[in-house]
Design a protein around this ligand. Sequence first.
Ligand code: GLV
Ligand code: MN
Ligand code: MN
Length: 403
Amino acid sequence: MSRAIPLLEAIADVGADPVRGGYSRHGFDRVELELREWFTAEAETRGLDVHTDRNGNLWAWWGAPGPNAVVTGSHLDSVPGGGAFDGPLGVVSALAAVDVLRARGFRPARPLAVVVFAEEEGGRFGVPCLGSRLLTGTLDADHARALRDPDGVTLAEAMSTAGLDPAWVGRDDEALSRIGCFVELHVEQGRGLVDVDAPVGVADSVLAHGRWRLTFHGEGNHAGATPLTDRADPMLPAASVVLAARRIAGAVPEARATVGRVVPLPGGTNVIPSTVDLWLDARASDDGDTRAVVDEILAEAEETAKAEGCTVTVREESYGGTVTFDVGLRDELSGVLGGVPALPTGAGHDAGILAGRVPTAMLFVRNPTGISHAPAEHAEPEDCETGVVALARVLAHLTETPC
Ligand code: GLV
Ligand code: MN
Ligand code: MN
């Protein structure tokens, strides 16, 4: 049994989604606020001092806050219908690692903090790693405040409702300057560790990736009374983009392009939509390949929209180039853990954002299904415990050595 499991069990009912399966936990919604309260209580039970920074990230400090702190943590929000481990495993493992260290009578020589980043998945406001992007100044504060959720609620309004002042949102050099190094533990989101038969590994790199929102504008009309020749149906170019994404990314090694969300307006069975919103997620090994894939898909969107008498507008919602984690830190931590493997990932993380500012590393815990962002995501209790022990070892090591 892992020390992480009772903590995961304590939140097993929070945000369970009866329709999609799995969990729907989104930034600053009722469910995520409940998880924040739970985290705060757990951290305080361990004698950690909890505060919320200007961007809604939660920090639990062992010792006085920074500078040169060793920071670990992850996120508590999920994709719609996500698994139980993506995010929460990193948070509960951090708390459990603190338990391991405290039980040993360990006193960190440098400040140590557990962080919970806000809205990592972008499941509510569209931009992933919202809290870490704002903290590091890689997302404009005015732009962020105006982001809207599917119900039209702005981030500023959601933060106000959560008791936070959106006027303070933005790059936070004070919070950033406290971080000496950051280590995020995460469930693996592929089968890399299964393939090499290892319970734990360290991260090597993250694919370049971004999100684009395409809005196809057509003419809303009657599905029965409008001859096919008289239509400007925005669903047609949207459909062509779904197929183009697979075809175009399929021609580029390591590239992937996905359409996971299509919203026709008004959304009636017997109604030709007036608009269709489509979100494109595209990733590849480097900027050049990612941009080339996206440019080609967007060109096809323009062409097919025009052919149907429609137009398309495009908004880049987020973008991040390839991340190579600090090689020295990666190898050091792999060594501390007895030479665990290093592996790349196609998934984005707050650690990928932090890596642009501070020495950053990630630990991955084996996922036997290899599935993530879906209810089948899994990690065995023994592997979770190996992750907790590995994280505790890494934190002890880092607090005793400069990074
Ligand atoms: C986050 O998990 C992402 O890779 O989109
Ligand atoms: Mn995720
Ligand atoms: Mn995650």
